[in-house]
Design a protein around this ligand. Sequence first.
Ligand SMILES: Cc1cc2nc3c(=O)[nH]c(=O)nc-3n(C[C@H](O)[C@H](O)[C@H](O)COP(=O)(O)OP(=O)(O)OC[C@H]3O[C@@H](n4cnc5c(N)ncnc54)[C@H](O)[C@@H]3O)c2cc1C
Length: 409
Amino acid sequence: MDADIIIVGAGPSGLCLAQSLSGQGISVVLVEAQTQSSLAQPEFDGREIALTQHSVALLKDLGLWSQLAAQDLSPLRDAKIMNGLSPCNLLISHKWGSHPELGWLVSNHLIRKAAYDCVLASQNKNGDIQLISGQRVARLSTQAEQVEVTLDNGTHLTARLVVSADSRFSSTRRMMGIPAQMHDFGKNMLVCCMSHEQPHDHVAWEWFDFGQTLALLPMNPDPTTGMNRSSVVITLPSEGIDQLMQAEVADFEIQVRQRFHDRLGSMHLLSTRHNYPLVGVYPERLTALRYAAVGDAAVGMHPVTAHGFNFGLLGIEALSKGLLQAHQAGHDVGNARTLAHYNRQHQMATRPLYLLTRWLTDLYTHESVPGKLLRETLLRVAQNWSPIKKAIARSLTGNGHLHQRGRLF
Ligand SMILES: Cc1cc2nc3c(=O)[nH]c(=O)nc-3n(C[C@H](O)[C@H](O)[C@H](O)COP(=O)(O)OP(=O)(O)OC[C@H]3O[C@@H](n4cnc5c(N)ncnc54)[C@H](O)[C@@H]3O)c2cc1C
């Protein structure tokens, strides 16, 4: 046996899972298609990840949080949901929770770098993680006694369990023959970092405007100029996004300013622009014989509710807890009971919000007159009914999830 567990994909989820298992007597082989140098120095990819307080606690336990510089952690104090030009806004305040902020914003590439550095340190300290980079999984089969994986270069690996952490379009989940519901939202999302004249007061915006959806994720001021800075997110049909991607910088800045109805004053592009097609993915099941899926391979969320990686961490918490319990009890880490428990627990934690997000996204991008009226009515009901606001605040902070203080994994 080459290892107890083979994890496919060293994105944030695969790295965090490996890190959560290290030092516990379980050996891991992590297989990643990207080269070692792109893992060590991940490039900016436009994503600012809104992390719940629960995720922050998990990242602290994993040792990742302390790897991030204070200036790279932007507090997300409140969130505002807007509908068209309606004066009625739904404000989700941090006051509904127990922290001075709802959550934190951190760039995805910095999370990846922190996770990689932690895994490298654990590899050196515990010697229980083997990282194979620059290789994809070519073949995968699971049998009663073991898992067999063949890499592109012909390397043959065996283990007790294989875990897919290879994105929402996971090729290894497909090799296991697991069907997945895929919902193409028919839109693309452009993300980039911009400076702007008006302050954001660390309030995130989700603006369901007519014909476009805009979001503003408040970042710390630009370290060199001190200017207000945010991650700008624009959702449009692909043609509109292609046009914005190709626009000259000065023209792009004018167009974005106009799209925000000048509410932020003049705006300047500070980063590269990134384009993501929006496809939600939910597999029929998250486990099979000696197999589990985590991260986006388990739940591919629409980014609008900022739950993708938060759900990823939640799944890693649940799976690693089960695997460690099995290992400590002297059981096989690929045992069916542990996997069935993880499947149930993570589906229960994620499926309702996955479906609700789909429904709300469809409703809030619907341009018919009855659709617009329903959008406004729902927003007003939510604005005037605190249980809804509290429930949204709980979902954004991640409170309500099982969380034992002390060591989580
Ligand atoms: C615009 C945008 C905004 C977002 N905002 C938020 C947010 O605010 N909050 C939040 O929680 N989430 C957010 N998300 C979601 C978040 O980015 C993802 O949930 C997270 O990055 C998924 O990590 P992962 O490791 O599961 O998958 P990925 O990041 O997709 O990593 C998969 C890894 O597997 C590797 N791989 C793929 N196939 C193979 C193979 N066959 N063999 C070996 N390796 C392979 C890839 O190279 C990659 O490194 C956002 C997403 C987008 C697109």
